[in-house]
Design a protein around this ligand. Structure first.
Ligand SMILES: Cc1ncc(COP(=O)(O)O)c(C=O)c1O
Length: 452
């Protein structure tokens, strides 16, 4: 009974897979925030290196992973695929449960898969410093690690609620040489404007993005990097699903259901898109489920519309499922899922009926995370517990229906810096957060109107 399905280093994919090559209809273009005309490479070159702008729009099916980037990725990749025998037994399900374990990276999640190439292309373009935001602290840590490798400076605006919850994330970023600032801050005009209105604000990813974009746009040697949402980020994460396809071939199995949690959509895209690409090129249909928090349900409650990626409206307008860029989700322990929008590619395939979406409250996710830890040993990140909850529910459905389906989920990160959340859970202090319906209605009413 094999538990770990492992690839050799030389079996690590040498190209990223780009789902834009196989989409039944193309993505709507991003629009300039002022003119509402499609943005061109020059509009983006103030904050991104040209190679990443190219990757954002390319429709080539495959993009080569530079040899230097492959060398770094080999520090932890290929990541293991596990068969969750003990969880299956505990659930008494006929289903087979597999998980792809991305917590083996130095930062503890899938985020370094894109942090490394992003830092690499910025270094190649002669950039000296990168500014970014972080919700859970996973992306900030990943970029701190990646920028250190290429001798770049790094400034990270960390959503204040997470900054307070997770002081160790900040020191991890410092250990890799980065500067970490609670957001909103007084360093930027965007941050000051929010603080003036609400000095006690917990912050939000949309605000931290505004601060990082403003920092990059106002400093000549500085670029901006985003840890999710954008097409090139989803592209870099497809190494996960491509490895999984090879690992399932080795195991002589094939997933019927594929599950990932969604903040901006990158780890979900990473595991799902290579399988979805097989389907779009004539392969068999699988169920693919995106799992989001009920407190910030952009896919299941948001509108599919053009919206800003940030609160201060500095970013281009992108077509996505959104709760409105002024919507501030309630604080939760899944900081990495607290974003008002969903990546355009994930939104697009959802709109086309190619994937399903589901929202869960946090307590039931922690129940699943603890059940998983007690069977499989790994303590999942709060974000990842959303995928665990869904995988367990699917396995229980299989039990009820007497079906031996194969379930794959992405275990996007470990929870070693999230034990504050687990303390709250074990003390019975963890509550389910509901968003304010009036605030959501106001934020949606404020969506920019775009001429058709
Ligand atoms: C462990 C973990 N999983 C998932 C996410 C959600 O991000 P994405 O939807 O881009 O994968 C985050 C974001 O910080 C994270 O830290």
């Amino acid at each position: 009974m094999q538990t770990k399905i492992l690839l050799d280093e030389e079996q690590m994919p040498k190209k990223w897979y780009n789902i834009q090559a196989d989409l039944p209809s193309p993505l709507d273009p991003p629009l300039h925030p002022a003119t509402h005309k499609p943005v061109g490479p020059d509009d983006l070159s103030a904050i991104f290196p040209m190679e990443l702008i190219r990757q954002e729009v390319t429709t080539d099916r495959y993009v080569d992973i530079p040899a230097d980037v492959q060398e770094v990725l080999r520090l932890w990749r290929p990541s293991p695929l596990y068969r969750a025998h003990r969880l299956e037994k505990f659930l008494k399900t006929p289903a087979k449960i597999y998980y792809k374990w991305e917590g083996v990276s130095p930062a503890g999640s899938h985020k370094p898969n894109t942090a490394v190439p992003q830092a690499y292309y910025n270094m190649k373009a002669g950039i000296e410093r990168i500014a970014t935001e972080t919700g859970a602290g996973q992306w900030g840590s990943a970029l701190a690690f990646a920028t250190m490798l290429y001798d770049l400076e790094c400034t990270i605006y960390m959503v204040r609620s997470s900054y307070t919850q997770k002081p160790y994330r900040k020191s991890m970023m410092q250990a890799w040489g980065a500067e970490c600032i609670p957001s909103p801050s007084t360093k930027t005009n965007s941050g000051k404007a929010v603080l003036e209105k609400d000095p006690e604000t917990p912050g939000a990813l949309g605000i931290a993005i505004s601060e990082a974009v403003e920092d990059a746009a106002t400093h000549a040697n500085t670029n901006y990097a985003l840890g999710s949402v954008l097409n090139h980020v989803c592209l870099h994460q497809t190494i996960i699903g491509q490895e999984a396809i090879k690992q399932f071939e080795m195991a002589g199995d094939d997933p019927d259901v594929i599950i990932g949690c969604t903040g901006g959509g990158s780890n979900f895209a990473g595991i799902a898109f290579p399988f979805l690409g097989l389907q779009l090129r004539g392969g068999r249909k699988r169920r693919i489920i995106a799992v989001e928090p009920a407190s910030c349900p952009s896919l299941t409650r948001g509108q599919y519309a053009y919206d800003f990626g940030d609160t201060a409206h500095l970013t281009p307008l992108v077509k996505m499922h959104t709760l409105g860029s002024t919507f501030i989700p309630p604080s939760s322990h899944s900081g990495g899922l607290r974003y008002h929008g969903m990546g355009p590619l994930v939104s697009h395939v959802y709109e086309q009926g190619l994937i399903e979406a589901r929202a869960y409250h946090q307590k039931t996710c922690f129940d699943a995370g603890v059940q998983f830890a007690r069977c499989e040993g790994i303590v999942p990140a709060p974000e990842s517990t959303h995928a665990v909850r869904c995988a367990i529910d699917e396995a229980l459905r299989c039990k009820k229906e007497g079906k031996a389906e194969t379930i794959l989920f992405n275990l996007s990160g470990h929870g070693h810096f999230d034990m504050g959340a687990y303390i709250a859970y074990f003390d019975g202090r963890l509550t389910d957060q509901d968003y304010d319906e009036d605030e959501l209605a106001r934020a949606l009413a404020g969506l920019p109107s775009i001429a058709a």
